[in-house]
Design a protein around this ligand. Structure first.
Ligand code: ATP
Ligand code: ATP
Ligand code: MG
Ligand code: MG
Length: 297
Protein backbone atom coordinates (compact mmCIF):
# COMPACT_ATOMS: atom_id res chain seq x y z
CA UNK A 1 0.00 0.00 0.00
CA UNK A 2 1.35 3.37 -1.01
CA UNK A 3 2.17 5.81 1.74
CA UNK A 4 0.33 9.12 1.67
CA UNK A 5 2.27 12.31 2.18
CA UNK A 6 0.55 12.58 5.55
CA UNK A 7 2.08 9.37 6.83
CA UNK A 8 4.86 11.23 8.64
CA UNK A 9 2.46 12.31 11.41
CA UNK A 10 2.64 8.77 12.78
CA UNK A 11 6.12 9.64 14.00
CA UNK A 12 4.50 11.93 16.56
CA UNK A 13 3.07 8.91 18.43
CA UNK A 14 5.14 8.14 21.46
CA UNK A 15 6.00 4.69 22.65
CA UNK A 16 4.90 3.84 26.16
CA UNK A 17 6.26 0.34 26.65
CA UNK A 18 6.32 -0.64 30.31
CA UNK A 19 9.55 -1.94 31.80
CA UNK A 20 9.95 -5.73 31.37
CA UNK A 21 9.79 -8.17 34.27
CA UNK A 22 7.85 -5.84 36.59
CA UNK A 23 4.35 -6.28 38.02
CA UNK A 24 1.69 -4.20 36.30
CA UNK A 25 -1.29 -2.86 38.23
CA UNK A 26 -4.14 -1.29 36.31
CA UNK A 27 -6.29 0.61 38.80
CA UNK A 28 -9.64 1.96 37.70
CA UNK A 29 -11.82 4.37 39.68
CA UNK A 30 -15.38 5.54 39.12
CA UNK A 31 -15.73 9.13 37.93
CA UNK A 32 -17.86 11.24 40.26
CA UNK A 33 -19.35 8.23 42.03
CA UNK A 34 -20.21 10.26 45.09
CA UNK A 35 -22.72 12.10 42.91
CA UNK A 36 -23.77 8.93 41.10
CA UNK A 37 -24.41 7.18 44.43
CA UNK A 38 -26.78 10.02 45.39
CA UNK A 39 -28.52 10.02 42.01
CA UNK A 40 -29.33 6.30 42.26
CA UNK A 41 -29.92 6.40 46.03
CA UNK A 42 -27.18 3.93 46.98
CA UNK A 43 -27.58 2.70 50.53
CA UNK A 44 -25.03 4.40 52.80
CA UNK A 45 -22.36 3.64 53.72
CA UNK A 46 -22.45 0.43 51.65
CA UNK A 47 -24.85 -0.45 48.89
CA UNK A 48 -24.56 -4.18 48.43
CA UNK A 49 -25.96 -4.23 44.88
CA UNK A 50 -23.46 -1.57 43.78
CA UNK A 51 -20.59 -3.65 45.15
CA UNK A 52 -21.98 -6.86 43.62
CA UNK A 53 -22.15 -5.04 40.27
CA UNK A 54 -18.50 -3.90 40.58
CA UNK A 55 -17.51 -7.51 41.35
CA UNK A 56 -19.52 -8.90 38.42
CA UNK A 57 -17.83 -6.45 36.04
CA UNK A 58 -14.43 -7.46 37.48
CA UNK A 59 -15.19 -11.17 36.91
CA UNK A 60 -16.04 -10.36 33.29
CA UNK A 61 -12.70 -8.56 32.90
CA UNK A 62 -10.86 -11.59 34.35
CA UNK A 63 -12.68 -13.87 31.91
CA UNK A 64 -11.73 -11.70 28.96
CA UNK A 65 -8.10 -11.33 30.05
CA UNK A 66 -6.48 -14.59 31.17
CA UNK A 67 -3.30 -12.54 31.77
CA UNK A 68 -4.93 -10.82 34.74
CA UNK A 69 -3.90 -12.91 37.73
CA UNK A 70 -5.89 -11.11 40.44
CA UNK A 71 -8.36 -8.31 41.00
CA UNK A 72 -8.98 -6.39 44.21
CA UNK A 73 -11.80 -3.91 44.64
CA UNK A 74 -13.71 -1.77 47.09
CA UNK A 75 -15.98 1.27 46.79
CA UNK A 76 -15.78 2.48 43.17
CA UNK A 77 -12.28 1.20 42.46
CA UNK A 78 -10.67 -2.01 41.21
CA UNK A 79 -7.03 -2.99 40.80
CA UNK A 80 -6.18 -5.60 38.17
CA UNK A 81 -2.79 -7.29 38.45
CA UNK A 82 -0.89 -8.56 35.42
CA UNK A 83 1.90 -11.04 36.03
CA UNK A 84 5.33 -9.45 35.69
CA UNK A 85 6.00 -11.76 32.75
CA UNK A 86 2.98 -10.65 30.72
CA UNK A 87 3.56 -9.60 27.14
CA UNK A 88 -0.03 -8.56 26.49
CA UNK A 89 -0.16 -5.66 23.99
CA UNK A 90 3.67 -5.70 24.09
CA UNK A 91 3.22 -4.08 27.54
CA UNK A 92 2.01 -0.80 26.05
CA UNK A 93 0.77 1.28 28.99
CA UNK A 94 -2.08 3.19 27.38
CA UNK A 95 -3.26 0.15 25.48
CA UNK A 96 -3.43 -1.86 28.74
CA UNK A 97 -5.09 0.80 30.88
CA UNK A 98 -7.63 1.96 28.30
CA UNK A 99 -8.61 -1.58 27.31
CA UNK A 100 -9.12 -2.73 30.88
CA UNK A 101 -10.98 0.46 31.77
CA UNK A 102 -13.32 0.38 28.80
CA UNK A 103 -13.95 -3.37 29.14
CA UNK A 104 -14.83 -2.87 32.80
CA UNK A 105 -17.05 0.12 32.00
CA UNK A 106 -18.85 -1.75 29.23
CA UNK A 107 -19.66 -4.68 31.52
CA UNK A 108 -20.66 -2.34 34.36
CA UNK A 109 -23.20 -0.60 32.15
CA UNK A 110 -24.33 -3.87 30.53
CA UNK A 111 -24.92 -5.55 33.91
CA UNK A 112 -26.49 -2.52 35.60
CA UNK A 113 -30.13 -3.61 34.93
CA UNK A 114 -29.44 -7.01 36.53
CA UNK A 115 -28.39 -5.36 39.79
CA UNK A 116 -30.67 -2.31 39.66
CA UNK A 117 -33.77 -3.48 37.75
CA UNK A 118 -35.87 -0.64 39.17
CA UNK A 119 -33.32 2.12 38.47
CA UNK A 120 -32.75 2.57 34.73
CA UNK A 121 -29.55 4.42 33.80
CA UNK A 122 -29.67 7.89 32.27
CA UNK A 123 -26.85 10.27 31.25
CA UNK A 124 -24.39 11.14 32.58
CA UNK A 125 -23.60 7.41 32.38
CA UNK A 126 -21.10 5.72 34.72
CA UNK A 127 -17.49 6.01 33.57
CA UNK A 128 -14.10 5.08 35.01
CA UNK A 129 -10.55 6.37 34.79
CA UNK A 130 -7.60 3.99 34.68
CA UNK A 131 -3.85 4.05 35.14
CA UNK A 132 -0.91 1.67 35.06
CA UNK A 133 1.45 1.48 38.02
CA UNK A 134 4.58 -0.71 37.99
CA UNK A 135 5.97 -2.57 40.98
CA UNK A 136 9.50 -3.95 40.72
CA UNK A 137 9.35 -6.62 43.43
CA UNK A 138 6.77 -9.06 44.71
CA UNK A 139 7.09 -7.40 48.12
CA UNK A 140 6.12 -4.05 46.57
CA UNK A 141 3.14 -5.66 44.84
CA UNK A 142 2.01 -7.28 48.11
CA UNK A 143 2.44 -3.92 49.87
CA UNK A 144 0.39 -2.20 47.17
CA UNK A 145 -2.48 -4.64 47.73
CA UNK A 146 -2.08 -4.35 51.51
CA UNK A 147 -2.30 -0.56 51.14
CA UNK A 148 -5.58 -0.80 49.20
CA UNK A 149 -7.07 -3.32 51.68
CA UNK A 150 -5.98 -1.23 54.68
CA UNK A 151 -7.52 1.81 52.95
CA UNK A 152 -10.78 -0.11 52.53
CA UNK A 153 -10.80 -0.91 56.24
CA UNK A 154 -9.99 2.64 57.35
CA UNK A 155 -12.62 4.19 55.04
CA UNK A 156 -15.26 1.64 55.95
CA UNK A 157 -14.80 2.04 59.69
CA UNK A 158 -15.02 5.80 59.30
CA UNK A 159 -18.05 5.65 56.99
CA UNK A 160 -19.86 3.12 59.18
CA UNK A 161 -19.63 5.27 62.27
CA UNK A 162 -20.23 8.52 60.38
CA UNK A 163 -23.50 7.26 58.96
CA UNK A 164 -24.51 5.70 62.27
CA UNK A 165 -23.98 9.04 64.04
CA UNK A 166 -26.04 10.84 61.40
CA UNK A 167 -28.82 8.30 60.88
CA UNK A 168 -29.20 6.95 64.41
CA UNK A 169 -27.39 9.49 66.59
CA UNK A 170 -29.25 12.42 64.99
CA UNK A 171 -26.02 14.38 64.50
CA UNK A 172 -25.65 16.71 61.55
CA UNK A 173 -22.95 15.62 59.04
CA UNK A 174 -20.78 18.51 60.33
CA UNK A 175 -21.20 17.42 63.96
CA UNK A 176 -20.43 13.80 63.05
CA UNK A 177 -17.31 14.88 61.18
CA UNK A 178 -16.16 16.96 64.14
CA UNK A 179 -16.82 14.09 66.56
CA UNK A 180 -14.70 11.75 64.44
CA UNK A 181 -11.87 14.12 63.59
CA UNK A 182 -9.59 13.07 66.45
CA UNK A 183 -10.73 9.52 67.27
CA UNK A 184 -8.46 6.50 66.93
CA UNK A 185 -9.62 3.24 65.35
CA UNK A 186 -10.23 1.63 68.74
CA UNK A 187 -12.17 4.68 69.96
CA UNK A 188 -14.35 4.42 66.84
CA UNK A 189 -14.99 0.72 67.55
CA UNK A 190 -15.88 1.59 71.13
CA UNK A 191 -18.20 4.42 70.03
CA UNK A 192 -20.08 2.03 67.73
CA UNK A 193 -20.38 -0.66 70.39
CA UNK A 194 -21.18 1.47 73.45
CA UNK A 195 -23.40 3.96 71.66
CA UNK A 196 -25.25 1.76 69.21
CA UNK A 197 -24.58 -1.89 70.13
CA UNK A 198 -22.77 -2.46 66.83
CA UNK A 199 -19.80 -4.81 66.87
CA UNK A 200 -17.75 -3.66 63.87
CA UNK A 201 -16.26 -7.12 63.44
CA UNK A 202 -19.75 -8.47 62.73
CA UNK A 203 -20.20 -6.13 59.76
CA UNK A 204 -20.18 -8.04 56.44
CA UNK A 205 -16.70 -9.08 55.29
CA UNK A 206 -17.28 -7.59 51.84
CA UNK A 207 -17.54 -4.15 53.45
CA UNK A 208 -14.59 -4.57 55.81
CA UNK A 209 -12.14 -6.39 53.54
CA UNK A 210 -13.21 -5.53 50.01
CA UNK A 211 -13.34 -8.17 47.24
CA UNK A 212 -10.61 -10.41 45.86
CA UNK A 213 -11.14 -12.00 42.45
CA UNK A 214 -8.89 -14.80 41.22
CA UNK A 215 -8.85 -18.17 39.41
CA UNK A 216 -9.57 -20.98 41.84
CA UNK A 217 -7.50 -24.17 41.72
CA UNK A 218 -6.93 -26.76 44.42
CA UNK A 219 -5.62 -25.05 47.55
CA UNK A 220 -2.15 -25.95 48.77
CA UNK A 221 -2.24 -27.67 52.19
CA UNK A 222 -1.65 -25.49 55.25
CA UNK A 223 1.93 -25.37 56.47
CA UNK A 224 3.34 -27.82 53.89
CA UNK A 225 6.13 -26.30 51.79
CA UNK A 226 5.23 -26.38 48.11
CA UNK A 227 7.89 -27.66 45.74
CA UNK A 228 9.37 -25.43 43.06
CA UNK A 229 10.42 -21.82 42.98
CA UNK A 230 7.91 -19.84 45.03
CA UNK A 231 9.56 -16.48 44.77
CA UNK A 232 8.87 -14.92 41.38
CA UNK A 233 11.65 -12.40 42.08
CA UNK A 234 14.17 -15.22 41.57
CA UNK A 235 12.82 -15.71 38.05
CA UNK A 236 14.92 -13.73 35.58
CA UNK A 237 12.40 -14.08 32.81
CA UNK A 238 14.63 -16.31 30.66
CA UNK A 239 12.64 -19.41 31.56
CA UNK A 240 9.38 -17.81 30.50
CA UNK A 241 10.81 -16.48 27.29
CA UNK A 242 11.59 -20.06 26.33
CA UNK A 243 8.07 -21.31 27.09
CA UNK A 244 6.98 -22.98 23.85
CA UNK A 245 3.92 -21.82 21.97
CA UNK A 246 2.16 -25.12 22.69
CA UNK A 247 2.90 -24.85 26.42
CA UNK A 248 1.58 -21.29 26.43
CA UNK A 249 -1.60 -22.38 24.63
CA UNK A 250 -2.09 -25.22 27.12
CA UNK A 251 -1.64 -22.77 30.00
CA UNK A 252 -4.25 -20.47 28.50
CA UNK A 253 -6.71 -23.34 28.11
CA UNK A 254 -6.39 -24.38 31.76
CA UNK A 255 -6.87 -20.79 32.87
CA UNK A 256 -10.04 -20.45 30.82
CA UNK A 257 -11.47 -23.55 32.53
CA UNK A 258 -10.84 -22.34 36.07
CA UNK A 259 -13.72 -20.99 38.10
CA UNK A 260 -13.33 -17.34 39.02
CA UNK A 261 -13.68 -16.91 42.77
CA UNK A 262 -14.89 -13.71 44.46
CA UNK A 263 -13.89 -13.69 48.11
CA UNK A 264 -13.69 -11.19 50.93
CA UNK A 265 -10.54 -12.34 52.63
CA UNK A 266 -7.35 -10.97 54.14
CA UNK A 267 -4.65 -10.47 51.51
CA UNK A 268 -2.26 -8.64 53.84
CA UNK A 269 -1.09 -11.74 55.74
CA UNK A 270 0.84 -14.59 54.07
CA UNK A 271 -1.83 -17.30 54.35
CA UNK A 272 -3.83 -16.26 51.28
CA UNK A 273 -0.71 -16.35 49.07
CA UNK A 274 0.81 -19.52 50.52
CA UNK A 275 -2.34 -21.51 49.90
CA UNK A 276 -2.69 -20.14 46.37
CA UNK A 277 0.87 -20.30 45.02
CA UNK A 278 -0.33 -20.19 41.40
CA UNK A 279 -1.29 -16.50 41.67
CA UNK A 280 2.23 -15.14 42.05
CA UNK A 281 3.98 -17.96 40.18
CA UNK A 282 1.79 -17.24 37.17
CA UNK A 283 1.58 -20.97 36.42
CA UNK A 284 -1.88 -22.46 36.59
CA UNK A 285 -2.69 -24.84 39.46
CA UNK A 286 -4.66 -28.08 39.54
CA UNK A 287 -8.29 -27.80 38.48
CA UNK A 288 -10.62 -29.25 41.11
CA UNK A 289 -12.30 -32.49 39.94
CA UNK A 290 -15.59 -31.80 38.15
CA UNK A 291 -18.80 -33.79 38.67
CA UNK A 292 -18.09 -35.42 35.27
CA UNK A 293 -14.73 -36.68 36.55
CA UNK A 294 -16.45 -38.08 39.63
CA UNK A 295 -18.87 -40.06 37.44
CA UNK A 296 -16.01 -41.57 35.44
CA UNK A 297 -14.15 -42.90 38.47
P1 ATP B 1 -13.49 10.92 41.54
O1 ATP B 1 -14.14 11.15 40.22
O2 ATP B 1 -12.42 11.90 41.87
O3 ATP B 1 -13.04 9.51 41.78
P2 ATP B 1 -15.67 10.22 43.33
O4 ATP B 1 -16.91 10.97 43.70
O5 ATP B 1 -15.85 8.96 42.54
O6 ATP B 1 -14.67 11.22 42.62
P3 ATP B 1 -14.12 8.64 45.23
O7 ATP B 1 -13.07 9.11 46.15
O8 ATP B 1 -13.70 7.72 44.13
O9 ATP B 1 -14.89 9.92 44.67
O10 ATP B 1 -15.21 7.94 46.12
C1 ATP B 1 -16.25 7.18 45.63
C2 ATP B 1 -17.55 7.54 46.33
O11 ATP B 1 -18.63 6.79 45.73
C3 ATP B 1 -17.58 7.18 47.80
O12 ATP B 1 -17.14 8.21 48.60
C4 ATP B 1 -19.05 6.89 48.04
O13 ATP B 1 -19.73 8.10 48.33
C5 ATP B 1 -19.57 6.41 46.69
N1 ATP B 1 -19.76 4.95 46.60
C6 ATP B 1 -19.06 4.10 45.81
N2 ATP B 1 -19.47 2.84 45.96
C7 ATP B 1 -20.47 2.86 46.87
C8 ATP B 1 -21.31 1.84 47.46
N3 ATP B 1 -21.19 0.56 47.12
N4 ATP B 1 -22.23 2.23 48.38
C9 ATP B 1 -22.36 3.51 48.72
N5 ATP B 1 -21.60 4.52 48.21
C10 ATP B 1 -20.66 4.21 47.29
P1 ATP C 1 -6.17 11.95 40.12
O1 ATP C 1 -7.28 10.99 39.92
O2 ATP C 1 -6.54 13.33 39.76
O3 ATP C 1 -4.87 11.53 39.48
P2 ATP C 1 -5.26 10.97 42.75
O4 ATP C 1 -4.34 10.06 42.08
O5 ATP C 1 -4.72 11.77 43.88
O6 ATP C 1 -5.92 12.02 41.73
P3 ATP C 1 -7.33 8.81 43.01
O7 ATP C 1 -7.38 8.60 41.55
O8 ATP C 1 -8.63 8.86 43.73
O9 ATP C 1 -6.54 10.17 43.38
O10 ATP C 1 -6.41 7.67 43.63
C1 ATP C 1 -6.73 7.06 44.86
C2 ATP C 1 -5.46 6.89 45.67
O11 ATP C 1 -4.37 6.55 44.86
C3 ATP C 1 -5.05 8.13 46.45
O12 ATP C 1 -4.93 7.80 47.82
C4 ATP C 1 -3.68 8.51 45.87
O13 ATP C 1 -2.83 9.00 46.86
C5 ATP C 1 -3.17 7.17 45.30
N1 ATP C 1 -2.22 7.18 44.18
C6 ATP C 1 -2.22 8.00 43.15
N2 ATP C 1 -1.22 7.72 42.30
C7 ATP C 1 -0.56 6.64 42.77
C8 ATP C 1 0.55 5.87 42.32
N3 ATP C 1 1.19 6.15 41.20
N4 ATP C 1 0.95 4.84 43.06
C9 ATP C 1 0.31 4.55 44.16
N5 ATP C 1 -0.73 5.24 44.63
C10 ATP C 1 -1.18 6.28 43.96
MG1 MG D 1 -14.20 7.74 42.14
MG1 MG E 1 -12.70 5.88 44.60
Amino acid sequence: MANSKYEYVREFEQTDLLLPNTWIVVRIDGRGFHKLSTKYAFEKPNDRSALDLMNAAAVSVMKEFPDVILGYGDSDEYSFIFHKSTSLFQRRASKLSTTITSTFTAHYVYLWPTYFPMKPLSPPLPSFDGRCVLYPTTKDLRNYLAWRQADCHINNLYNTIFHTLVLRGNLSPQEAEAALSTTTASAKNEMLFQGFGINYNNEPEMYRKGSVVYRAYELAPVGVPVSGNLNPDDDDGAERASLSKTAAEKEKKIRSKARIAVEHVDIIKDDFWERRPWILSGKSGILPPTSEDAMMT
